[in-house]
Design a protein around this ligand. Sequence first.
Ligand code: 5GP
Length: 120
Amino acid sequence: ATQAYDDQNIFAKILRDEIPAKRVYEDQWAIAFHDINPQAPTHILVIPRGPYVSWDDFSANASGETIAGFVRAVGTVARDMGLVAPGYRLLANTGGHGGQEVPHLHVHLFAGQPLGPMLA
Ligand code: 5GP
């Protein structure tokens, strides 16, 4: 079962350039921008351009091409930012127990210091 997509969510507005964001990457599949409340020295959000509520919605309903494009974009962001050698962490909060607040799929990219075993 899929939740209906709310096109007034904050990331939908960022995608449409209705509100500003510090973009670091964009291509046909994804955009990436700095989190407004960073939890690490580098904290980027990568989101698909399509209207997917969550990791669950995306993994179940997006085409293989769309999934591949998004996954490749996430890797490209990290590579372009020079994060491969020092290392980085990806996180996709999903649903209530996952602590997801914005109902448009986003992958958090954390980097810039040793991150420890978990990051809230
Ligand atoms: P979630 O808990 O849904 O996984 O994470 C949502 C993230 O979006 C949070 O880390 C929060 O700081 C970030 N965020 C919320 N509103 C905005 C915004 O308007 N601009 C940016 N750049 N980040 C936002």
